[in-house]
Design a protein around this ligand. Structure first.
Ligand SMILES: *[C@@H]1O[C@H](CO)[C@@H](O)[C@H](O)[C@H]1NC(C)=O
Ligand SMILES: *[C@@H]1O[C@H](CO)[C@@H](O)[C@H](O)[C@H]1NC(C)=O
Ligand SMILES: *[C@@H]1O[C@H](CO)[C@@H](O)[C@H](O)[C@H]1NC(C)=O
Ligand SMILES: *[C@@H]1O[C@H](CO)[C@@H](O)[C@H](O)[C@H]1NC(C)=O
Ligand SMILES: *[C@@H]1O[C@H](CO)[C@@H](O)[C@H](O)[C@H]1NC(C)=O
Ligand SMILES: *[C@@H]1O[C@H](CO)[C@@H](O)[C@H](O)[C@H]1NC(C)=O
Length: 345
């Protein structure tokens, strides 16, 4: 009896060694679920069970993630880091998480993210980056993120988002973009075009409400008419000269080649589009020339007619005066008859 008890105790101790659980966490070994939420943690606990699949770290004060931060838990499928103080995330922080499907980073202090971060998570299905201070996302990811279906970046400081980044997410079905600082200038045109296609194919989004320029403030990007939404001008020949943001000079009537969606020109400033339609493309310009020509022609014809009429009238008047001179020598005739008589001469 005593021996059995010792055996049982040692088995329990052994199990605890194998299934070591960090002090401040609750480990539910049967479901590979480790809950370390709301424990005032400042960093990732070091002794997480290696077989952990679901890790709750939300509501702590973790402010940085070093490279390979989750090296000890390679089987993670769900990682919840929401409501922490993350601002400093190493580009390789999530490296090794080959199986991660859900990553929740909402309510942190992230300012930007690198494409390297995304690329280390090939199986990701849901990425929640909402309620951070993100003002910059990568232009593109290099290779497609095949399984990503949910992408949330609402409540951040984004001014623009490249269509190419969204192109890297061919499976995305839910897209949260609300409450950012969307700058609805020509650089957001790629996003507008992408979203139209996305919604047409059944995708769901909470919408892009413009924050600037003033013309479009409060307007839904998707409701801005296409003809008022012009592609960006080609990059300025001299990048050293400061770009002006004057509304009238930013757009001329010069025909502009179609936009090249490459990354080279995305950092150009001063391309806010104007609310008034302008003859920007070549067909409009040609049309304008034709209409102007026709109107000039009509005007010239009218002037010619007026000149001819004027000359004729002058000739008639001159003859009338000549007749009148003659009439002074020959009184008795009525003025009407006199005019009638003299005109055919
Ligand atoms: C965020 O975490 C703190 C503890 O760190 C907690 O007091 C607070 O209620 C949490 N906020 C939300 C919205 O859950
Ligand atoms: C992350 O934690 C929050 C609570 O802070 C919870 O509402 C949310 O569902 C969790 N998300 C995931 C993916 O576990
Ligand atoms: C992330 O956590 C928040 C709560 O903190 C929750 O509202 C949200 O749905 C979660 N996102 C995902 C993708 O599960
Ligand atoms: C996407 O998910 C499927 C099914 O779970 C999986 O077979 C495939 O490998 C995943 N794609 C990538 C790029 O990991
Ligand atoms: C994050 O954004 C909030 C609200 O826009 C702002 O009050 C705060 O200062 C920003 N924090 C950082 C670190 O930029
Ligand atoms: C767009 O730019 C890239 C390089 O920046 C170039 O390779 C490509 O040919 C350009 N496409 C067009 C249509 O001009």
């Amino acid at each position: 009896m005593k021996g059995e008890l010792i055996l049982l105790l040692s088995v329990i101790v052994l199990l605890q060694v194998v299934h070591s659980c960090p002090d401040k966490c609750h480990c539910h070994s049967s479901t590979d679920f480790v809950d370390c939420s709301r424990q005032g943690l400042a960093e990732i606990p070091s002794d997480l069970p290696p077989q952990t699949r679901m890790l709750h770290l939300q509501d702590n004060q973790i402010h940085q993630l070093p490279a390979f931060a989750f090296r000890s838990v390679p089987w993670l499928t769900t990682l919840n880091l929401s409501n922490n103080s993350l601002s400093n995330v190493a580009p390789q922080a999530f490296d090794g998480l080959q199986h991660l499907q859900v990553l929740n980073l909402t309510q942190n202090c992230l300012l930007s993210l690198e494409s390297r971060l995304f690329r280390s998570l090939p199986q990701l299905r849901e990425l929640d980056l909402s309620s951070n201070n993100i003002s910059h996302l990568p232009t593109s990811l290099g290779k497609p993120w095949e399984n990503l279906t949910v992408f949330a970046v609402q409540q951040n400081q984004l001014q623009q988002l490249d269509g190419a980044l969204l192109e890297s997410m061919p499976s995305v079905r839910l897209l949260f973009l609300k409450d950012n600082l969307w700058k609805c200038n020509c650089h957001l045109r790629g996003l507008k075009l992408w979203l139209e296609k996305f919604i047409y194919k059944g995708g769901i989004t909470d919408g892009v409400i413009c924050r600037s320029p003033d013309t479009w403030k409060g307007k839904d990007l998707l409701k801005i008419p296409h003809e008022l939404y012009q592609p960006c001008p080609p990059p300025a020949p001299d990048p050293g000269s400061p770009q002006t943001q004057q509304p009238s000079s930013a757009y001329g009537a010069v025909p502009r080649p179609p936009e090249n969606h490459s990354s080279g020109e995305r950092d150009l400033l001063g391309c806010e589009f104007k609310p008034k339609p302008r003859p920007v493309n070549l067909r409009h310009a040609i049309g304008t020339v034709i209409i102007t020509g026709v109107m000039c022609g009509v005007l010239c014809l009218m002037m010619l007619a007026a000149a001819i009429y004027g000359c004729t009238y002058a000739a008639i008047t001159a003859q009338y005066h000549r007749g009148r001179l003659a009439q002074t020598n020959e009184p008795g005739k009525t003025e009407g008859k006199e005019l009638f008589d003299s005109s055919p001469a």
